[in-house]
Design a binder for this molecule. Structure first.
Ligand code: ATP
Length: 885
C-alpha cells in the first residue's frame, strides 16, 4: 500500500531520485519492461463482423429475398446481378467505414494528453503513454494526472477525482500526510490517481503504477465501450431515411397493385416494386456523410485544428460570433518588459540602472514572485513571468542566486479570478511577502507607497496618480502589472491574510505584439458576416489598444469590463452584447454569461479558452475551442476543437473548412435524392401510362447502388469554394431539405425521369419503325423492341445522372466558372460510370445478364444529347438566379 509508506521508502523501492528523476536509458528499459502507460487496446471488429454489419439490414434482406425468388422462377442472371450489387455495396461500405474509423482513431491519438516529467534532471513534456514507474511527474493546475502517483511535494494542491470516486469536489492533497490504516481511495491524501484532474496549486509525485495496473486501469473495461456519437445531420438523415422508407414501401405497393390490375406479370412487378423501394431509400447516405466528415476532419488537422467532436464540423460552418482570448490567440504571447515605473518615474528597460533599495526590491520581487525558469538552456513557464525574469536579468540579476538567498516558504498561486499572485520568502529571522498582479486588486490591498527607499502612506491622490500612469501605459497596448511587498514577523500566520497592507513598489509594462496573420483573418470574418469579439483578463485600455490595431474595435463604447458585467442583468447584457467587441478584465465565469447572451440573440457562438475555469464556457458555447499549446487538459477535455498553434487565424480557417464540408455534404445528399427521384418518376409515370416498364429491376438497382455512388462521394470532397467566406453564415435552423432544395430535387428528378421516358419511347419508335409515339401500338410490342427501348432508357438514366452531378457543384455559379475539370475525382467518377455503362451495353455477356442489347453510334449520340439537358436547364436557372441576386 503506497499511501502507508513514506516518500523516501517509496523512492528507494522504485530506484529513482526525486531531484533528477530517471535517466533516459532507464526510462527506455522500464518502458520495455512495463509496457506503455495506456489501456489495453480494444480489438476493432473483424473483417467478417464488418461485412456482416453491412449485410445486416432490412434492405439487404429484401434484396436477398428478391434474388432467391428470381432464381426460383428461372431468372438466374437477375439473381446473380442482385447478389453482385449486394457484394459491391457491402465492400464499398466496409471500405468507407474503415476509412472513416481510421481517420477518427488517428484523431484520438493526436489528442491524448501530454505529461511533464523530470528525467536526467531536466523537466520535459512527453506523451503520457511513455510514462514508466519511477518517473517523477510535475503537476500544475489544469493537468490530468497521467498515472498513479505517490505525491512527494504538494503546494496547495487540489485534485478532482470524480472520474474515479464520483466525488466532484476537489480534494486537498498533502505529500507529508501518512497513515497506518486501510482507507478508501478518496481519502488517500498523499496519492494522485491516473485520469483525475488537478484543479489548483502544484506538486510532484513519483509514478507507482502505469496503464492497466492503475486504479482506473482496473476498471478500464467499463471505459472500453465507447458509443458512436451521431452528428445532428446524421440524426436528421436517419429520420429522413425512415420517412423515405415508409414512402418507398407505399409507392412500391401502389406500383405493384397498378401493374397487377393492368394484368402485368406479377413476378416482374414484384421485382420492380422491390427495386423501387431500394431506389427510394437513400441507404448510401449515412456512409457518405461519415466519410465526408472524416475526410474533412483530416483536412482540418492539416490546418492546425483538431476536431474532438464530430458534430462540431457541421456547427463550425454556421458560426456567427467568434469570441477569442487575447493573449496568445490574437497576440503572439511573446512578452517583453519595455518600461518600469518606480520612484515616480517611468524608465525604458534598456536605460534602466538600479540606484536604490526601492528599485532593488522591485527587481527581487519580479524574480521571486515568479514560477518561470529562464536560463540559456531552459525557458519554461508563463510568458508574462518569463518576461519579468528576463527584464531583471537584463539589469544584471541572477535568478538562481536570488532564489537561493530568499527561499520560498509559502505561496498563493496566480489565478485569473484574483488576477494576482503572492509568495512569502525567508529573510534572516523574518519573512518577505511579495505580490504582483493587475493594478486594481493590488492597489486594493496597498497601505503604503515606497519612494526613493522611503515608506509613505498610500493616499487617494497617489491612487489616482498611479492609475493615470497605468492608463498611459495601457493606452500604448502595454500589459501592466503592479508590484508590491511587505515584511512580516516569522511567527505570522501563513494564509490568505498575508495579502493585505502592502507597500507599493512600482509598475512593469510589457508588450505582446499582435499575431501578424490575425488582422487579415478578422477582415475575412467581417466579410463572412462573422463578428469577432475579444475577451481578456487584461486591462480595458490595453485590450482596446490591441483591438484597434487588429481592426476589432474603434471606440471605448465598444468595450465592457467585468465590473460593468457584474452590475447588469442578463436581459440587458443580451441587448448590449450586440455592440460590444471587447470584454476586458473579465474572469472565466463571465464568459458563460457572455456566451449565453449571444446565444439568446440566436447567434452560433464559438468561444476559446485555456484555463481550468474556462471549461463551463467552452461547454456552453456551440463550438468550444481550446488552446493546444497553452491550454490545460481540462480546457481541452471540455472543448470541441483544439488549436494546435493557439492561433486565431486557425479558427477562421476551421470555420471556412466547416462551411465547405457542410456544402459538400449537401451536394452529395441532394445529388443522390434527385437521382433516386428520377428513377421513381420514370418508372411510376411509365407504369401509370400503361406502357411496358421502361426499366427492369436490375437496371434500377445498378444505377442506384453502383453508378450514383462514386459521383456522390466525389461531390462530398469537392474542392473548396474560394468565395465561401464572402457569404453570410448559414442559418443554424436551416434544413438540408428546405423549400428551395426540395424544389431543386423534385425538379431535377422530374427532368431525369422524363428524359428516361423519352429515351424509352424513342427506342420503341425506332425499333417499331414508326414516326411518333402516337403511331405506337402498345398492345402489340415485340420483346426485342421493349429490350431495345429499355437499353436506351437505362443508358439515358445513368448518363444523365452522371452529368447531373455537375449541376450540384454550386447553386449559383456556372459550371464553367467553377471549372469543369476542377474536381478530378468527379471527372474520374463520371468517366468510370460511362465506361461501365458502355461495357454493359456493348459486351455480349453483360448484354445477357442485364437484359440489354448493343446500341449504335446514333443511339449513343441521341442519349448524349438527352443527358446534357439537365445541365442546360440548370445553367439557365443559375444565370437567372445570378441576375436577380
Ligand atoms: P486572455 O488570455 O484571456 O486574453 P490574459 O492572459 O490577459 O487574458 P489572465 O491571464 O487572466 O488574462 O490575466 C489577467 C490579469 O492578471 C493580467 O492582465 C495581469 O494584470 C494579471 N496577471 C497575469 N499573469 C499574471 C501572473 N503570472 N502573476 C500575476 N498577475 C498576473
Amino acid at each position: 500500500m503506497s499511501y502507508k509508506k513514506d516518500v523516501h521508502e517509496t523512492l528507494q523501492k522504485l530506484h529513482t531520485n526525486a531531484n533528477t528523476g530517471l535517466t533516459k536509458e532507464e526510462a527506455e528499459n522500464r518502458l520495455k519492461q512495463y509496457g506503455t502507460n495506456s489501456f489495453q487496446e480494444f480489438k476493432p471488429p473483424s473483417m467478417l463482423r464488418r461485412i456482416w454489419e453491412q449485410i445486416n439490414s432490412m434492405l439487404i434482406y429484401i434484396l436477398i429475398g428478391a434474388a432467391i425468388i428470381s432464381f426460383i422462377v428461372g431468372e438466374v442472371s437477375d439473381a446473380v446481378i442482385i447478389l453482385l450489387v449486394i457484394v459491391i455495396n457491402a465492400v464499398v461500405g466496409v471500405i468507407q467505414e474503415s476509412k472513416a474509423e481510421k481517420a477518427l482513431e488517428e484523431l484520438n491519438k493526436i489528442s491524448t494528453p501530454k505529461a511533464v516529467v523530470k528525467r536526467s534532471g531536466i523537466i520535459q513534456e512527453i506523451p503520457s503513454e511513455q510514462i514508466v514507474p519511477g518517473d517523477i511527474v510535475m503537476i500544475d493546475a489544469g493537468r490530468y494526472i497521467p498515472a498513479d502517483l505517490r505525491l512527494i511535494e504538494t503546494i496547495n494542491l487540489k485534485i478532482e477525482e470524480s472520474s474515479l470516486t464520483g466525488e466532484s469536489i476537489a480534494v486537498e492533497k498533502d505529500a507529508a500526510w501518512i497513515t497506518d490504516n486501510d482507507i478508501p481511495l478518496g481519502e488517500q491524501k498523499n496519492m494522485a490517481f491516473m485520469s483525475t484532474l488537478s484543479t489548483y496549486g502544484r506538486g510532484a509525485g513519483v509514478v507507482i503504477h502505469t496503464g492497466m495496473d492503475t486504479e482506473i486501469g482496473k476498471i478500464a473495461k467499463m471505459l472500453g465501450t465507447q458509443e458512436k456519437a451521431m452528428t445532428p445531420l446524421q440524426k436528421k438523415l436517419a429520420q429522413l431515411g425512415k420517412i423515405l422508407g415508409i414512402g418507398a414501401i407505399m409507392i412500391s405497393i401502389v406500383i405493384f397493385l397498378i401493374g397487377f390490375f393492368q394484368g402485368r406479370e406479377p413476378i416482374d412487378m414484384f421485382l420492380i416494386a422491390v427495386s423501387l423501394a431500394v431506389a427510394a431509400i437513400p441507404e448510401g447516405l449515412p456512409a457518405i456523410v461519415t466519410i465526408v466528415l472524416a475526410l474533412g476532419v483530416q483536412r482540418m488537422i492539416k490546418r492546425n485544428a483538431i476536431v474532438r467532436k464530430l458534430p462540431a464540423v457541421e456547427t463550425l460552418g454556421a458560426v456567427s460570433v467568434i469570441c477569442s482570448d487575447k493573449t496568445g490567440t490574437l497576440t503572439q504571447n511573446k512578452m517583453t518588459v519595455t518600461n518600469i515605473y518606480a520612484n515616480n518615474k517611468r524608465i525604458p528597460v534598456n536605460q534602466l540602472t538600479i540606484n536604490d533599495q526601492t528599485e532593488q526590491r522591485l527587481m527581487e520581487n519580479i524574480i521571486l514572485c515568479n514560477d518561470a525558469i529562464a536560463t540559456e538552456e531552459e525557458r519554461t513557464g508563463d510568458p508574462t513571468e518569463i518576461a519579468l525574469v528576463e527584464a531583471a536579468q537584463k539589469v544584471g540579476y541572477d535568478q538562481k542566486q536570488i532564489n537561493n538567498t530568499y527561499p520560498r516558504i509559502f505561496e498563493i498561486p496566480f489565478d485569473s479570478e484574483r488576477k494576482m499572485m503572492t509568495t512569502v520568502h525567508q529573510k534572516g529571522d523574518h519573512y518577505l511577502v511579495f505580490t504582483k498582479g493587475a493594478l486594481e486588486p493590488v492597489l486594493d490591498r496597498t497601505a503604503y507607497v515606497e519612494e526613493n527607499a522611503t515608506k509613505i502612506p498610500f493616499t487617494n491622490e497617489q491612487r489616482e496618480k498611479l492609475m493615470a500612469e497605468a492608463n498611459n501605459m495601457s493606452n500604448e497596448a502595454l500589459r501592466v502589472l503592479a508590484i508590491a511587498y511587505k515584511e512580516i514577523e516569522a511567527d505570522s500566520p501563513l494564509d490568505e491574510t498575508v495579502e493585505q497592507d502592502f507597500i507599493f513598489l512600482g509598475l512593469t509594462g510589457m508588450i505582446d505584439p499582435p499575431r501578424e496573420e490575425v488582422k487579415a483573418s478578422i477582415t475575412q470574418c467581417d466579410r463572412a458576416g462573422i463578428k469577432t469579439v475579444m475577451i481578456t483578463g487584461d486591462h480595458q485600455r490595453t485590450a482596446l489598444a490591441i483591438a484597434k490595431e487588429l481592426g476589432i474595435a474603434e471606440h471605448e463604447d465598444e468595450t465592457m469590463t467585468g465590473t460593468e458585467l457584474n452590475t447588469i442583468s442578463d436581459a440587458i447584457l443580451q441587448e448590449k452584447v450586440a455592440h460590444v467587441r471587447v470584454f476586458a478584465r473579465v474572469s472565466p465565469e463571465h464568459k458563460v454569461r457572455i456566451v449565453k447572451a449571444f446565444k439568446a440573440n440566436d447567434k452560433v457562438v464559438s468561444m476559446t479558452g485555456d484555463g481550468v475555469n474556462d471549461a463551463p464556457s467552452l461547454k456552453q458555447a456551440d463550438v468550444g475551442v481550446a488552446m493546444g499549446i497553452t491550454g490545460t487538459d481540462v480546457a481541452k477535455g471540455a472543448s470541441d476543437i483544439i488549436l494546435t498553434d493557439d492561433n486565431f487565424a486557425t479558427i477562421t480557417a476551421a470555420v471556412e473548412e466547416g462551411r465547405n464540408i457542410y456544402k459538400n455534404l449537401k451536394k452529395a445528399i441532394l445529388f443522390l435524392l434527385s437521382c433516386n427521384l428520377g428513377e421513381i418518376f420514370a418508372l411510376f409515370l411509365g407504369i401509370l401510362m400503361g406502357w411496358p416498364a421502361p426499366l427492369t429491376a436490375i437496371h434500377i438497382l445498378w444505377v442506384n447502388l453502383i453508378t450514383d455512388t462514386l459521383p456522390a462521394i466525389s461531390l462530398g470532397i469537392d474542392p473548396d469554394d474560394p468565395d465561401i467566406m464572402e457569404e453570410k453564415p448559414r442559418d443554424q435552423h436551416e434544413k438540408i431539405l428546405s423549400k428551395e432544395t426540395g424544389l431543386f430535387t423534385i425538379f431535377n428528378g422530374l427532368i431525369i425521369g422524363l428524359l428516361t421516358l423519352f429515351a424509352f419511347i424513342e427506342g420503341l419508335t425506332i425499333h417499331s419503325n414508326v414516326r411518333s409515339i402516337f403511331e405506337l401500338d402498345f398492345s402489340n410490342l415485340s420483346e426485342e423492341a421493349i429490350i431495345f427501348a429499355q437499353t436506351m432508357a437505362f443508358s439515358a438514366l445513368s448518363i444523365s445522372q452522371l452529368f447531373h452531378s455537375f449541376n450540384l457543384r454550386h447553386e449559383k455559379k456556372s459550371i464553367f466558372t467553377t471549372g469543369i475539370f476542377s474536381n478530378p475525382y468527379l471527372i474520374g467518377a463520371i468517366l468510370v460510370g460511362i465506361a461501365i455503362q458502355v461495357m454493359i451495353v456493348t459486351i455480349p455477356i453483360f448484354n445477357q445478364w442485364f437484359h440489354v442489347v448493343a446500341l449504335d453510334i446514333g443511339n449513343w449520340l441521341f442519349i448524349l444529347c438527352l443527358a446534357v439537358v439537365p445541365i442546360i436547364v440548370n445553367e439557365i436557372i443559375k444565370a437567372f438566379k445570378r441576375t436577380v441576386a
